[in-house]
Design a protein around this ligand. Structure first.
Ligand code: TRP
Length: 510
């Protein structure tokens, strides 16, 4: 886990040409770096070791099959290729979706600068695919506060140019426009910055969560020490409380609850929302937050099911495996604002090659696509499995040269970034505001689960017990009551439907 120095260390260490001191692989929310061996070479990130260290589960063929069975659709390429390679309780979210028809997706981004690069897009591309396949609501948290506090903490509290709270809010707005341009559906996507949205039920969940984490536990996970600012140390609770659907009552049809609205029924957090499960797609460096979250979901006054995670690898820096693309090192990353010429230059000049020293040797012995950066990028962006396999084979056999692999990669990235830029032009401030306005989400959920229209469009109102009571998943009122009583006895009732008094998706008619 993170060492006590972690928080003061540079934010992103990318693989480079500089000679470095030997060090162990370090992955946590504030550091991503492969091992540096005795001769100063950066090694590729060892993901198997990470799974072991973090205690997460590998994503297997079984999960892919189960995913296809539940959604009736083929798994997305990032999942097929195990670029999302690990999880916690992914099976459980599939089970819940199969039984009760919906869940909430949650992901986020720390707006450290105004421009996003390809690596930042990966979790969002994947999340968008999941949202489309499952037809469920999604919240995206932009942590302007986290990046502000992190930067001030790193600078010993010294405020530098471009580092005011307002600057990070501004970066968040620009990043939100980029995220929207990736194609999220405004009907079921809520994007917010912490500075603009935090308050109300969210803040109450945050307070409660803060009360469940001791400073020792937080420093164990994040490497905080006595010199860490209390603001930065406290931030983690916000990233955790953001996973609770009860932090966002408006999205599930509950009336506005912030001043000047004093409707008493809207003041208390809604127990019904606590039963909605959450799935977080994110890069594995964020896992330390959610380990702490999962251990406390069931300790909340309104217990939440343990949050499920699906975790990705990092998009390698241009310099090769061992580091990730870093916004602070322009030569390590392809930015979403790069021109076709810049993309071409960066790949040709900087992309680490898995080819041989000379063309002769390459033809004779073949190259290694596994460490070849151009091939690696293609594995993220090229949809066609057969073509990808063909490229790998031809590279291995020496039939295909590094220059050709790079050309194929350049074409694919220029297409992806070019199409993105076309959409990005249309994202005005007003468009952004439609996504950042809290409003009732419209989503259908699992079409195979029969539910009344208000249920389908609201929260996960059924209890497992109620579902077991009737073939339509609800049964009669009497049956539901009996089933609930039985479940209560067994201690597994996650929600009381009565608590839906504030509105939302409860269908009381039977
Ligand atoms: N801490 C994350 C970052 O620095 C931002 C974030 C907040 C996040 N909530 C999240 C990322 C949930 C993934 C999932 O980028």
């Amino acid at each position: 886990m993170a060492s006590p120095e972690a928080v003061g260390a540079p934010p992103e260490v990318s693989a480079g040409i500089d000679q470095k001191k030997p060090s162990k692989q370090q992955i946590d929310p504030y550091n991503v770096a492969g091992e540096i061996d005795d001769s100063g070479n950066t090694k590729a990130i060892d993901y198997d070791r990470l799974i072991e260290e973090f205690g997460t589960q590998p994503l297997t063929e079984h999960h892919l099959r189960r995913f296809e069975e539940v959604t009736g659709k083929p798994a997305f390429r990032l999942m097929r290729r195990k670029l999302f390679f690990s999880h916690r309780d992914f099976d459980k979210i599939l089970d819940a979706y199969e039984k009760y028809g919906s869940f909430m997706l949650y992901t986020g981004r720390g707006p450290s600068s105004g421009s996003m690069h390809l690596g930042h897009c990966i979790p969002f591309l994947f999340t968008k695919e999941l949202q489309e396949l499952f037809d469920v609501p999604l919240v995206i948290m932009m942590t302007d506060d986290e990046k502000y506090l992190y930067t001030r903490n790193k600078n010993d509290g010294v405020q530098k140019k471009g580092n005011a709270a307002e600057d990070f809010l501004e970066y968040a707005h620009e990043n939100i426009k980029d995220i929207i341009a990736l194609g999220f559906d405004p009907k079921k996507t809520f994007i917010y910055t912490d500075y603009e949205y935090l308050g109300g039920h969210f803040y109450r969940n945050t307070s409660e969560f803060e009360s469940l984490v001791t400073f020792n536990q937080a420093s164990g996970a994040f490497g905080f020490n006595a010199s860490t600012s209390i603001g930065f140390a406290a931030y983690m609770a916000k990233q955790c409380a953001a996973a609770f659907p009860s932090s966002y009552p408006e999205l599930f049809g509950y009336p506005d609850y912030r001043p000047p609205h004093y409707d008493p029924s809207a003041q208390r957090r809604h127990k019904a929302l606590a039963s909605i499960p959450t799935l977080i797609p994110c890069a594995i460096d964020q896992e330390p937050y959610f380990r702490i979250l999962r251990d406390r979901c069931e300790r909340m006054t309104d217990p939440h099911p343990k949050t499920c995670l699906i975790l990705s690898k990092f998009l390698t820096a241009l310099q090769g495996p061992g580091g990730k693309m870093s916004a602070s090192d322009p030569n390590s990353a392809i930015f979403m604002s790069d021109t076709p010429a810049q993309i071409k230059n960066k790949i040709n000049k900087h992309a680490f090659s898995g080819g041989r020293e000379t063309a002769e040797d390459h033809k004779k012995y073949g190259g290694n696509p596994d460490v070849d950066v151009a091939y690696t990028y293609l594995s993220y962006f090229l949809e066609d499995d057969a073509e990808l396999e063909d490229l790998a084979q031809k590279y291995r056999s020496g039939e295909m040269m590094t220059g050709e692999m790079k050309a194929r990669c350049i074409a694919e990235l220029q297409k992806f970034v070019g199409e993105f830029q076309e959409r990005r032009k249309e994202i005005t401030h007003e468009v952004m505001r439609t996504y950042t306005t809290p409003r009732k989400m419209e989503y259908g959920g699992n079409p195979r689960v029969k539910a009344s229209p208000s249920e389908a469009n609201g929260s996960l109102t059924e209890t497992p017990a109620a579902a077991a009571a009737g073939k339509d998943g609800r049964g009669t009122k009497g049956e539901r009551k009996a089933a609930k009583l039985a479940a209560k006895k067994e201690g597994k009732l996650p929600v009381r439907q009565k608590d839906q008094d504030g509105g939302g998706g409860d269908a009381t008619a039977s």
